[in-house]
Design a protein around this ligand. Structure first.
Ligand SMILES: Cc1ncc(COP(=O)(O)O)c(C=O)c1O
Length: 414
């Protein structure tokens, strides 16, 4: 080795690292991936005022870790959340049963950190959040996928899975569910199914991990109580986030759990407190403005969803199947069986259209293969229409479907 030879870190890398991240080359022209939100609905004026007010009043607390609120997070934000969770989700908790996290991704890591070891098994919805699936795979945890229908997770399948695992002597570490506007299917688990899930979880001695990060984005605002609220025996951990209701680039999430569990998670938290500016601005903005902001946002999201569903009907006809979701920012679309969305991804991107292939959002590759998740929140109405038209053109070129484009039947040769 001499001074001109670049140092080679590769032989020193820890074993079992995930594949390296791809370099970012800017957003696609028609961007249907990720969980970005609608820039026009960002409550920017209110956030600027909140930031100014809170820093003017108490900015000097930034000189201490935890801004004089302790390691659970900025106290006014936790004091906003406790009654808000009671009002919207029926959850009874106090501010000291809430841990603020760096996005709900950190909440996932902390819950996984206290419960999971290599070789464990967890139960998860057959279609689920990629960030949760990749974490479980990286931890060497076996996932058992439960199919969903229009009402969310199927309880007959959950009962069968729990029974099958018990017969094999396996006690799953938790049931992970996104019950209220599921990612990616957009379903809301009915109250009756919630009761049944809690009954099964109790009968088999398995806790429930409830991820409720889309629950504010419901078109009619109606939702059943959280599993956390309905549980009589406490075996539920609840997480949520401001990423979807305010802004993903203000990554502030939270965990609701009894103190003995939060105490174990705090011992694993790696960042000596989540970003205080984000917490302070939300703690200042939300008590006065959150309830008025949410319906404005959901109305705009619903309008974009309608544009997307209309564009799919126009461009794909019956080749694109989907259920009208109850809220959220995603449409889960089934394309004809010959379409492999993992293979559609690259040519679509070359045509400027970014889509999430269904296999990456599923425990079952064959179920996910011809499905795709489209996020409609960030592109404009015009970009949604043009992007779907471009996607249909690429899909027809690569897979021969949709045969019909823009309601014009193509001749077999065309
Ligand atoms: C179900 C679910 N959980 C957690 C997250 C992580 O969100 P954040 O870390 O931005 O709060 C996401 C993001 O898309 C999600 O869809």
């Amino acid at each position: 080795m001499n001074e001109t030879t670049p140092f080679d870190f590769a032989p020193l890398f820890a074993p079992n690292l995930p594949p390296p991240a791809a370099k970012w080359n800017g957003f696609a022209k028609y961007n249907f991936i990720g969980g970005h939100n609608d820039a026009d609905q960002l409550p920017l004026g209110g956030l600027i005022k909140a930031m100014n007010d809170v820093l003017t009043r108490e900015g000097r607390t930034l000189a201490t870790y935890g801004v004089a609120s302790g390691p659970l997070g900025y106290r006014p934000l936790r004091e906003f959340l406790a009654p808000k969770l009671k009002r919207t989700a029926g959850i009874t908790c106090d501010a000291d049963e809430i841990l603020i996290t760096s996005g709900s991704l950190q909440a996932l890591d902390l819950v996984n950190g206290i419960l999971l070891a290599r070789g464990d098994t967890v139960i998860i919805e057959q279609a689920s959040y990629q960030g949760s699936l990749t974490r479980l795979h990286r931890l060497g945890v076996e996932t058992v996928g439960i199919p969903l229908d229009g009402e969310g997770t199927r309880m007959d399948a959950l009962a069968a899975a729990l029974d099958g695992l018990k017969r094999r002597g396996v006690r799953p570490k938790y049931i992970y569910t996104i019950p209220t506007v599921q990612n990616p299917t957009g379903t809301i688990l009915s109250e009756a199914r919630r009761r049944e899930m809690l009954r099964l979880a109790m009968a088999y001695g398995v806790p429930i991990f409830e991820d409720d990060c889309y629950s504010d984005l419901i078109w009619d605002g109606e939702r059943p109580p959280a599993l956390y609220a309905m549980s009589g025996h406490g075996g539920v951990i609840h997480i949520g986030s401001f990423s979807k209701s305010i802004a993903p680039a203000l990554p502030v999430g939270y965990i609701v759990a009894p103190w003995p569990l939060l105490a174990r998670m705090l011992a694993l938290k790696t960042d000596a407190g989540s970003g205080s500016l984000e917490q302070m601005v939300l703690g200042e903005f939300c008590p006065a403005h959150f309830d008025a902001h949410v319906p404005v946002l959901t109305r705009a999201l619903r309008a974009k969803l309608e544009t997307l569903m209309d564009a799919l009907n126009e461009q794909f006809g019956t080749a694109a199947e989907f259920e009208d979701p109850k809220g959220g920012i995603f449409l889960w679309v089934k394309l004809p069986d010959p379409v492999d969305t993992l293979k559609l991804f690259a040519p679509a991107l070359a045509a400027g259209v970014a889509i999430n292939p269904g296999a990456e959002w599923s425990t079952d590759q064959s179920y996910g293969k011809s499905r795709t998740r489209l996020c409609f929140a960030n592109p404009s109405h015009e970009a949604i229409r043009a992007g779907v038209a471009a996607l249909a053109e690429v899909c027809r070129r690569e897979f021969g479907v949709p045969v019909r484009i823009a309601n014009v039947e193509r001749r077999a040769s065309g």
